[in-house]
Design a protein around this ligand. Sequence first.
Ligand code: GLU
Length: 428
Amino acid sequence: MPKDTPYLRFQRNLRATMDVLKLSKPECELLNQPQRIHQKDISVTMDDGKRATFPAYRVQFNNARGPYKGGIRYHPLADEDEVKALAALMAIKTAVVGIPMGGAKGGIAFDPKKVSKKEIQAISRAYARAFSAYLGADIDIPAPDVNTNPGIMAWMRDEYEKVTGTYAPAMITGKPIGYGGSQGRDTATARGAFFLLEELVEGEALDPEHLRVVIQGFGNAGSNMAHFLHDAGFTVVAVSDSQGGIYSPEGVDPVRIEKYKKRTGSVTGEYCEGSVCDIGKMKMDGVRHVSNEELLELPCDILIPAALDTVITNKNAAKIKARYILELANGPTTPEADAILRKRRVKVIPDVLANAGGVTVSYFEWVQGRSGEQWTAERVDRELRRVMLTAYKDVRREVHRGKVTFRQAAFIVGVRRIVEAMRVRGWV
Ligand code: GLU
């Protein structure tokens, strides 16, 4: 068994929290493992007529506070350990923001960039069919995550409704607006984090005009965050995607980057084709090509990891220049890196708080799906802000009370709420 995996890292944070809360042995044992792990190999016919099989997972971590909730990711490295860790983080996250849901996560191990749209549809439908018995509006409600999107949620809802013979708009969230989705869900993860950052900036009497931001990842969360920050006067000095990034001390323009990303498939598309970059044009525009590793260590005030896990480790934590880290990705920082950052007084707003805007608006979508109501974009925005700021204040209170980091405080708030629900239910 390897010494360090995403789930072992989660358990390390959990153990420290359980010690602070002085939980009983049965309580610790119940929290230490997911309630259910479903694994199935799903088979689909590919465009060439051959059958292909992919390992697929749904891990249901805890449902003491409400139905299981959490996204599904498509990634070649998705495996049981990672999905377990992500499911556990979802349970903490829903508790931190106080929405009446538990935590789960799903994943399929394949590279969506190497298959056709038709094949993605077949794989998505096969997943919904294979796991349909474990899903449902009152049981477990999936949503988008890395490499999944509203179109995929629509296929899954349709497949689920076919298999179960029901009408089930609330069995999945993150759907397209015209097919049971909610206003504001597409931008929710970034929007929630933006509200926190506004509060932080005000609390620390900082001026956005003087704050330089680096964003790793230009998917849903990263790209929307770049727009919100740019529009609010922050200077976004660097962005990246899986192929690398661009850096300009004067600031980059997210609108322009988005345009080239759409056209060429990469954020460096205005300057580079594959690994060949037009150095002359880059010089003229004052931008430089950076790798994802370099990007994390660039001079800036706020660093926003918005891609995959385990990017801030004991190898680079000492070299990070940012004073604030806002975790839009799930699990980007290892516990060793956390300890180094703490010593260096870098403030880390952890994933379970920072990126909870996504699941919060998913909850609003679920409420709308069950009631038949349709909320306005303004209402979603207002309610999201309220939920995020309440969670932020709850966590900050714990930071001051226990003299702990934001991550430790968020875990304390989340785990305490889960345990209270487990006690009411008589599980422990
Ligand atoms: N995948 C997102 C997350 O990690 C959203 C989950 C949801 O909306 O259920 O928080």
